[in-house]
Design a protein around this ligand. Sequence first.
Ligand SMILES: O=C(CO)[C@@H](O)[C@@H](O)COP(=O)(O)O
Length: 230
Amino acid sequence: MATLADYGPEVRAEVKQVREVVATLHEQLIKWNLVVWTAGNVSQRLHTADLMVIKPSGLRYEYLTPSSMVVCDLDGNVVDGAEAPSSDTASHAYIYRHMPDVYGVVHTHSTYATAWAATGQNIPCGLTMMGDEFGGPVPVGPFRLIGSEAIGEGVVETLKKYPKSPAVLMQNHGPFTIGKDAEAAVKAAAMTEEVAHTMWAAKQLGDIIPISQEDIDSLNDRYTNVYGQH
Ligand SMILES: O=C(CO)[C@@H](O)[C@@H](O)COP(=O)(O)O
């Protein structure tokens, strides 16, 4: 099995940088109230080699350090790290292998998104913020057990039907999100929980007023190509 010594200096330099990024981003899961105890994980794929950096399994977030982050190949084999990698490593790896533009994956059990997942309901696109961020509903994916790449398969097959969404609510489990890097995937996890909460509240008040697909597409295009600093 390969070790980090089998990779050149530029790969090892990126590993060092991505370990710092991934360790720090787990603090954002706590900041945005997306996890309880250790129930969530963040990974980022490297650009210089077919490797990824992921959280160690079951380690409390306050104990996470850059050096405790685990380096794996895209089949989920450990390349460097003293700790066992996340339970979802095989699924993160599957997503990276099958979605070449994705360089960040996040999983949480955030309350409102997970409640929608428990009911098997897509979060309907009733907010302009959802048009912006998701380009439509936040979709539910199939029920899959944990520990293999089965969850990753379910995420990928669902996103083929919802190509603009950076999130999938895996049925009876919780959200998995993707991004161009780990920070983008963490943002998607935070936005998923935000709209899950708001749309839950809206459903208590009455029927959701639908937004036309034309307007959803216009919102998503502006947010993707105009919003923010360029
Ligand atoms: O969802 C589950 C288990 O049900 C796991 O993804 C979650 O507890 C996080 O596990 P890891 O600490 O990443 O192994």
